[in-house]
Design a protein around this ligand. Structure first.
Ligand SMILES: Cc1ncc(COP(=O)(O)O)c(C=O)c1O
Length: 471
């Protein structure tokens, strides 16, 4: 923002020249484009001649150059004078320091259907949209209808579109819930280990958090029964992080607990779309006859985490409460995102995209698994596989974790431990596969295996190996 004072003696073009020059030196990098003469003239209420004079002085002094069809471009006068240029370069370097990043929640950069998305966006952005109005805080009805159809068909969720609340991802849904359910509920029970964002979102609304251990059937309902909490967060289709699937017997036990205790179960179904071995079992919400389950879903795992679109399904009896609390809350997802997503689903692209993304990620999953077996052999065991975006492993031999971390840093490999995301005693290394191109995965796992073998302590332990408990 430049300040042009029409009341002082300094000519307007000189005032503009000095300020644009300063801006170039402090904030621009070589190759950046300056705003057009017309734009600057209109923005600062100046004549075009004034702006032209200021720009041509900048050209004469070598700060910028005028290129046909491109406009005014910042020149390379002397790199050391561009403060921000150095900063920009550093930022870029920081981002790029990883040779291999085993991101356990990232999708491949090229897996987003960019062409279709752009086409739909352009097709549906027209004068029928009221850009002057605030969109519905609950989310656009058209998108809610499409989501309701999709989750009832694919996940057996029982719902109507009026029960769906659209928001910018999981944390947003959890925060809305935390506000909605307080003060009737003041304690949240959560699986241990469990997703720490669930804990954070309720903790920030002053809830007490109680941890409930899990076993191979998911959350231990008998422990939950002994806690005073009437609110529980679970990931039944693919427990986060261990990958355990909650069998139907335990689901009924949990629903029974909720019914007896006037409780609410928050079902986070985030990984259900990416199941490579078995068909995912239907949602817990679909078994619920008494409106005890709040279902939360996201588009982050199969479409894009950067779109920031998720949703939750409230039971009917919470809707009045929601509407009383939230009539004045604005949408957290931009209108055009919602409309584009609605059309993406209704025109059949979502189903096709899901089939494609499952096939691609199944291949990557299988490749990662076979490479891990080939390169680490029986020095490791697989803890969780067959779904989601990562395979979890643990050592069967005595691995020095600190050494592994140090070597990873030295070799520029980014590795992830589930304990850092979930807390608790249980830990595993999360080997994200979706972010890699198939052709680069071998080199990535090979590099990882080198540091893995170098991190082994001499005395090999048999069986359970690491300090970690098996489920
Ligand atoms: C357990 C769990 N739930 C939900 C999500 C989705 O989060 P969001 O919708 O904010 O992208 C994630 C993302 O990694 C997750 O790990």
């Amino acid at each position: 923002m430049y300040i042009i004072n029409h009341l002082i003696k300094t000519p307007l073009h000189l005032q503009l020249f000095e300020q644009v020059k300063k801006d170039i030196l402090e904030n621009y990098i070589v190759g950046d484009k300056l705003p057009s003469i017309r734009k600057v003239a209109s923005l600062y209420n100046l004549s075009r001649t004034t702006v032209e004079t200021a720009y041509s002085q900048l050209v004469v002094e070598g700060y910028i150059e005028s290129y046909p069809k491109k406009g005014f471009i910042v020149e390379d006068i002397n790199a050391s004078t561009f403060n921000r240029k150095r900063n920009h370069d550093n930022q870029k370097e920081n981002k790029k320091i990883w040779l291999y990043d085993f991101d356990p929640v990232g999708l491949g950069k090229n897996s987003f259907p960019i062409k279709i998305w752009k086409r739909l966006f352009n097709k549906y952005i027209d004068e029928n949209i009221d850009f002057g109005a605030y969109p519905s805080g609950q989310g656009e009805e058209g998108l809610r209808i499409e989501i309701a159809k999709y989750i009832s068909k694919s996940r057996g969720v029982n719902c109507h579109s009026h029960q769906i609340i659209i928001g910018c991802g999981f944390t947003n849904s959890m925060e809305v819930l935390a506000k909605l359910l307080s003060p009737k509920y003041d304690t949240l029970s959560i699986e241990n280990p469990g997703y720490n964002m669930a804990t954070h979102s309720f903790k920030s609304h002053n809830y007490n958090i109680k941890k409930v251990p899990i076993d191979k059937h998911g959350i231990k309902v008998d422990v939950l029964e002994k806690q005073t909490s009437r609110l529980v967060y679970v990931t039944p289709s693919h427990q986060y992080p261990t990958g355990v699937t909650m069998p139907v017997s335990n689901r009924y036990k949990l629903l029974d607990w909720a019914e007896k205790n006037d409780g609410i179960i928050i079902e986070d179904d985030c990984d259900s779309e990416l199941s490579y071995v078995n068909r995912p079992i239907p949602s817990l919400q679909g078994l619920d006859k008494f409106g005890k389950v709040v279902y939360i879903g996201t588009f982050s795992k199969s479409l894009s985490a950067s779109l920031r679109i998720g949703y939750m399904v409230l039971p009917e009896h919470l809707l009045d409460l929601y509407h009383n609390h939230y009539t004045k809350v604005h949408s957290t997802v931009p209108l055009m995102m919602q409309i584009t997503l609605e059309k993406f689903i209704s025109e059949g692209h979502w189903e096709r995209h899901l089939r494609k993304i499952r096939t691609i990620n199944r291949k990557k999953h299988n490749l990662m698994k076979s490479l891990l077996v080939e390169k680490l052999g029986d020095t490791m065991r697989i803890e969780a596989q067959g779904a989601g975006l990562s395979i979890l492993i643990n050592p069967n031999v005595d691995i020095n974790k600190d050494k592994l971390k140090d070597l990873a840093k030295k070799e520029k490999i980014k590795i992830y431990f589930s304990k850092n995301i979930c807390g608790g005693d249980w830990d595993a290394i999360c080997m994200g596969f979706a972010v890699f191109k198939e052709e680069e995965m071998e080199a990535a796992v090979e590099t990882f295996s080198r540091i893995w073998h170098k991190s082994k302590n001499n005395i090999e332990k048999s069986g359970s190996g690491s300090e970690l408990k098996r489920l």
